[in-house]
Design a protein around this ligand. Structure first.
Ligand SMILES: NC(=O)c1ccc[n+]([C@@H]2O[C@H](COP(=O)([O-])OP(=O)(O)OC[C@H]3O[C@@H](n4cnc5c(N)ncnc54)[C@H](O)[C@@H]3O)[C@@H](O)[C@H]2O)c1
Length: 88
């Protein structure tokens, strides 16, 4: 979750050769597909463009998943401090 940001691609790099399949869910609010360029050629990585707050999608994506790395960062600290917006 949030695998296309700063930290996520490094985790993908580490686990892609151990895992049968790596699924990356990211809404690309801040993440970039190019960050995953090193793992995509393995053919074991699939990218789902979607929001972690979409429960149905998350339930779908989690089918058959054994290990979850949640690195999504929905709000930046400055936005949190400046508003009452809360993730759904
Ligand atoms: N970068 C660091 O040095 C560092 C250090 C320690 C801990 N962390 C923690 O690791 C986590 C990730 O940090 P990062 O630097 O990779 O952040 P980042 O903003 O680069 O990555 C977060 C990713 O989450 C995605 N995202 C945001 N909201 C989403 C949503 N609702 N649904 C799906 N995807 C969504 C963004 O598009 C982005 O790709 C954070 O919790 C951060 O606090 C980061």
């Amino acid at each position: 979750m949030g695998g296309a940001g700063l930290v996520g691609p490094h985790i993908a790099d580490l686990v892609v050769h151990e895992a049968e399949e790596v699924v990356i869910l990211d809404n690309f609010a801040r993440g970039r597909r190019e960050s995953l360029a090193s793992v995509l050629p393995t053919g074991r990585v699939s990218i789902v463009d979607g929001d972690i707050r979409n429960r149905r999608l998350v339930a779908e994506v989690m089918q058959g998943i054994d290990v979850l790395f949640r690195k999504q960062l929905t709000l930046t600290l400055t936005r949190v401090m400046g508003s009452n917006v809360r993730p759904e």
